[in-house]
Design a protein around this ligand. Sequence first.
Ligand code: TK8
Length: 369
Amino acid sequence: MLVGLMVSAIVFMVACGGFGGEPAEDQADGGNGEGNGGQEEGPDLSSPPEIEGDVVSEGEESTIRFGIGLAESSPQYISVEYFRDILEERTDGRISVDIFPNSQVGDDNEMMDGLQSGTLEMTYPSTSPAATIVPELAVFDLPFLFPSRESAYEVLDSEIGQEMLDSFEGTGIKALYFTENGYRQLTNSQTEIQGPDDVGGLRVRVMENEVQLSIWNALGANPTPMAFGEVFSAMEQGVVDGQENPWSTILTSNFAEVQQYGAETRHVYTPFMIMISQGFWDGLSPEDQEIVQEAAEQSGDYERMISEEYDEYSKEQLAEQGMEISELDEQQLAEFQDATEPVYDEWAPRIGEDLVQDIQDMVDEVEGQ
Ligand code: TK8
């Protein structure tokens, strides 16, 4: 309840311009004042597809407050701008979208609370914190589950994925579509990483998810669950030594300012989820619901594309900013995979042996194993 009130106060303040109304510039940099991830210019990303589909002029007017965790230079934010443009064009301006980046109106858990309490209309969390609402989502926290994006999307866009989206029914949240957070990489301020032995004792921030804790305990680290919005200052103050996220998040959140070392571990592939408040959704006409769903899928497919484009570019940019990045070979990655195998023993029975096996079978089919 307290969180709900806190989120509503934050959202109310922002909506009334209490925090300046528009996404504040100085928050577009993960907190160090540079803005745009400290990049001279962004990557050469594909432009979004032309907006197509019927325009529905008749109907209610409304404003969607869309809270996200990442910076304005992130693929997540860029795709939500496209979502906004689709909605505004196809409803003839009736539905507008105000975007609040950088955990400005709360972290993933607080923003999902906001959807349930009706103080926020949309948000875009990782599946990891959402597993507190739909436990089966924790399957995506299993290490090295998806060798490629192709097998990830095969599963996310399958009946298995649709059942997980549908599992939000009755929670106050409608989950619309899976997109890409991406392959997670380890960074830290203490030491070069060449294998699991280098991770021992490292104080690593992890998402608020028990499988993530198990992974880093299995590697001998000292993991601390923490909301994403607190990570930059925790690393800057030396509360933790490191964190793990996709390269584009590490770049656009300016983590290279406080993280000397990176390691291309690709230890987990995390999906994002586009979510809408059930109460707000129920108030939409069937025509507007169709437009929102189509906009989520079209902007989601665009996000998947630019997230992949941003990945390699971000790693290169981080190296240019001085991060020493270890590109691990097959043997080194196999050592990480072996060291985290016990996580399956602990979590497959708790998540659901059949679900884990079904996903692994789909992955094997796609990967030709
Ligand atoms: C952003 C988070 C972030 C996630 C994390 O809202 O918490 O590290 O990877 O992208 O969802």
